[in-house]
Every structure is written in structure tokens, then in C-alpha cells.
Ligand binder design. Sequence first.
Ligand SMILES: Nc1nc2c(ncn2[C@@H]2O[C@H](COP(=O)(O)OP(=O)(O)OP(=O)(O)O)[C@@H](O)[C@H]2O)c(=O)[nH]1
Ligand SMILES: [Zn+2]
Length: 198
Amino acid sequence: MAGIKDYTNVKVGENRDQIEYHVKEILKLIGENTEREGLLETPARVTRMYEEIFAGYSVDPREALGVTFDENHQEMVIVKDIVYYSQCEHHMAPFFGKVHIGYVPSGKIAGLSKFARLVEAITRRLQVQERITTEIADILDEVLKPTGVMVVVEGEHLCMCARGVKKPGSKTITSAVRGGFRHDAPLRAEFMSLIRNH
Ligand SMILES: Nc1nc2c(ncn2[C@@H]2O[C@H](COP(=O)(O)OP(=O)(O)OP(=O)(O)O)[C@@H](O)[C@H]2O)c(=O)[nH]1
Ligand SMILES: [Zn+2]
């Protein structure tokens, strides 16, 4: 299975002309007049938007976590409320929410901003929420080799709100645990209580 770890290094900007062409074709196929004023720039706008929302394809998420420091801190570190916007791979509709990361270092810590960079690299692609969660946990585990990692992701999926089953407000919560968190219920409970918004 192709995963985030096999990042493709595709830069959307290099395919700009072709994407614009195909967006214009889709507009025609849904019954639009691509020559009316409001739509003239739309293929180019959509392409620029794709460059942003699909920027993750050109980033190796392991490198996003690049800067690490040797540090003898052995208690849990939590970076919570990292907002993400992603696109569901089934409908190409947005889903968005927050990522919460907790880890217990084992000699290595990462620069705090790098957690958000990791989240960006993984979410700015076509995704499912479960894979976002798993990949963040696996990459942290691989790069930092911590005593343990726990990742919780909250998401609201427009494909469930604006269409289909139409259930606005429903939330999906996914979690992944690695290392010491697996067999340590109090540690998981401490993480959950610290990420709760007060
Ligand atoms: N597990 C999981 N499912 C997702 C995610 N994003 C979207 N989906 C679901 O993917 C499924 C695709 O189902 P299909 O039956 O193939 O597509 P569909 O006919 O458009 O389904 P409906 O949304 O039920 O109308 C739907 O149940 C979506 O809710 C995600 O991140 N994780
Ligand atoms: Zn969907």
C-alpha cells in the first residue's frame, strides 16, 4: 500500500497548465459556461489552491521533523490543538480539526514547531483520518525513538455534513499509541486529561 512514508515528491506547481485544463473541462461537464466572467480565472485559482492544499506531496514528513536536540527530559511532552485542513480521499471534500501529540522522550526532543510541520506534511494530501493518525505516530516513533507516543486526531468531514448522510456537527476521533503508552493506562489518562480544553 502506498503510504505517506513513500512521499512522491510531486510539486503541484509543475503541473499547473494541465490541472488548469482539466478543471476547465470539469466545469464544462457539470454544465457551466467557462467563458462567463466569474469563471474565467477559476481554473487558475483552483490550481493555486491545489498548490497549497496538496503541498504535502512534495515534503518528506520525516524531514519536516528535521531539527532534533539531545535532551535528558524523561517526562511527557504534549503539543495540542494543532489545527489541520485535509481532503478526504473518497470525495475530495475537506475535513479538518485538531491534532494532539504526546510523547515521552528517550534522550531526543524535537523543535516544537516541527510537530506542526509534520502535521502539515501529512494532512496536505488526499487522506483518511485514521492514516493521518497512524502516520504521525509512526514517524514520531521512527525519528525520535521515544519511550512512548500517543496521537489523538479530531475531525469534521464535509462529505458527511454537506452531502450524503448530512450529519453536520458529528465528529470523528481517532487515536494511536506506541511504546510505553500501550500498557500504561494512567499515562494515557494523564494525556487525555491534559488535552481536554478547560
Ligand atoms: N474511515 C474513514 N472513512 C471516511 C473518511 N472520510 C470519508 N470517509 C467515508 O468513506 C466512505 C465512502 O463510502 P462509499 O459508499 O464508497 O461512498 P458514498 O456512496 O459517497 O458514501 P456516502 O458518504 O455514505 O454517501 C463514506 O462512508 C465516508 O463517510 C475517513 O477519514 N475515514
Ligand atoms: Zn469523503
